[in-house]
Every structure is written in structure tokens, then in C-alpha cells.
Write a protein that binds this ligand. Structure first.
Ligand code: HEM
Length: 185
């Protein structure tokens, strides 16, 4: 059935073509789902590392603060819970239309359209686009040590990390939509 993108999210058909462009296949689904088993009890440890990285870079953590102010601990904690869910959702690899709609929502929440609204906070108006894709590298790079804890062989660990990289690039692209001029996405 042809899905219509009334929500502004991409359709399943459009996403399929994006997956092809990223060389994302059923093997990647399988490796992500293996990673679910490994990561499901480690989300807190993963988030300690990722939050540590964001927290040690003023240009990143300042998006959790009012302009020129201190980071809002409650905001950081609330987002951290949704971030844990994101790890599980990414690894589940059940990328259906509901998931695509939620990816669109995550983009809006980084963009000025909906940033701060979920938690009712008064932080900076937007996550600047220029930081979105660069953060993919530290996120995927640091995931390796956690993926390795499942005891899989080296080739499987690499394949899981590559599946995560493809998924992250696809998701960040979906999140970019509100940042891109109408007609250019
Ligand atoms: C690999 C890149 C990134 C990933 C995987 C990521 C992931 C996430 C996730 C999963 C959420 C919660 C979404 C939800 O509400 O369900 C979130 C929110 C947020 N992220 Fe990111 N993010 C990335 C890049 C960035 C960067 C570069 C910054 C800062 C410079 C940033 C700042 C924020 C902020 C401030 C929120 C809260 C937005 C709100 O008000 O709801 N993110 N991010």
C-alpha cells in the first residue's frame, strides 16, 4: 500500500531507497538485532560514556542550557531516558512507518520547531545542524567496547558496528528534514 507522508515523515518506500543508498540490507537488521541482546542490559553504561562525551564539550552540552547559562540537570536526565529507549529501538531494527514518524519527531525535537517542548524547559532554541553528523563518529566509535562484551567473533562485532553506523546515518538524515529548505530534502 502506498503510504502518504501527511506527517512530514518519509514513507516506507522512500526509506527503502535510502537504505539501498547506505548499503543497508537484511544482514544489517540481523546484526542490529544481535546487538539488542548484547546492549539491552548495558544502556546505562553506554549512556555514561555518551553523556560524558557531550558533557565535556561546551558547544554540545550548552544545548541543554539556557543561552549563556548552566546545563539543566533535569532536562539532561529526562532526555537520557528517551536516549536509552533510542538504543533499544535502533537495535530492534523494526523500522516501520510508526518508527519513521517518530524519527521525524526526533528531528523536530532537535530543531527549533519542537526543541524544549517535551520537557517544558527554557534551553537554547535549536541544536545547531553543524554538530549533528559529527557526533555520529564518537557515538559509533565508543559503542564497540560494549558490542564486544557479547563474546562474538571479530567479524560479527565489526558487522554489528557497521550496521549501527548505517542506521545512525540514516536516522540523522531523517532528523535533518526540518533543517533542509522545502523541496530540497
Ligand atoms: C549522533 C548524533 C545524535 C544522536 C544519536 C542523538 C540522539 C538523541 C535522542 C535519542 C534524543 C531524544 C529523542 C526523543 O525525544 O525521543 C535526543 C535529544 C536531544 N539531543 Fe540529540 N542526538 C544526536 C546529536 C545531538 C547533538 C550534536 C546535540 C547537541 C549539540 C544534541 C542535543 C540534544 C538535545 C538538546 C536533545 C533534547 C531535545 C528536546 O528538547 O527534546 N543531540 N538526541
Amino acid at each position: 500500500m502506498q503510504q502518504t507522508a501527511t506527517s512530514g515523515a518519509v514513507t516506507l518506500q522512500e526509506f527503502e531507497l535510502m537504505k539501498q543508498a547506505a548499503l543497508f540490507t537484511a544482514e544489517d537488521d540481523r546484526h542490529l538485532q544481535r546487538s539488542y541482546e548484547i546492549l539491552k542490559d548495558q544502556t546505562d553504561d553506554v549512556l555514561d560514556v555518551w553523556y560524558g562525551f557531550v558533557g565535556s564539550h561546551r558547544q554540545l552540552v550548552s544545548t541543554f542550557a539556557p543561552d549563556g547559562g548552566q546545563p539543566d540537570a533535569n532536562y539532561l536526565a529526562a532526555v537520557r531516558e528517551r536516549f536509552a529507549q533510542w538504543i533499544l529501538d535502533t537495535a530492534s531494527a523494526n523500522y516501520d512507518q510508526e518508527w519513521l514518524d517518530y524519527q521525524h519527531e526526533i528531528g523536530l525535537r532537535h530543531h527549533r520547531t519542537k526543541k524544549n517542548a517535551t520537557d517544558g524547559v527554557d534551553a537554547t532554541a535549536i541544536v545547531p545542524f553543524r554538530y549533528l553528523f559529527p557526533l555520529v563518529f564518537p557515538v559509533i566509535h565508543t559503542l564497540r567496547e560494549f558490542l564486544a562484551k557479547g563474546g562474538d567473533d571479530e567479524a560479527t562485532i565489526v558487522a554489528m558496528q557497521q550496521a549501527w553506523l548505517k542506521s545512525a546515518l540514516l536516522q540523522l538524515t531523517l532528523w535533518s528534514r526540518p533543517y533542509v529548505k522545502d523541496g530540497d530534502f
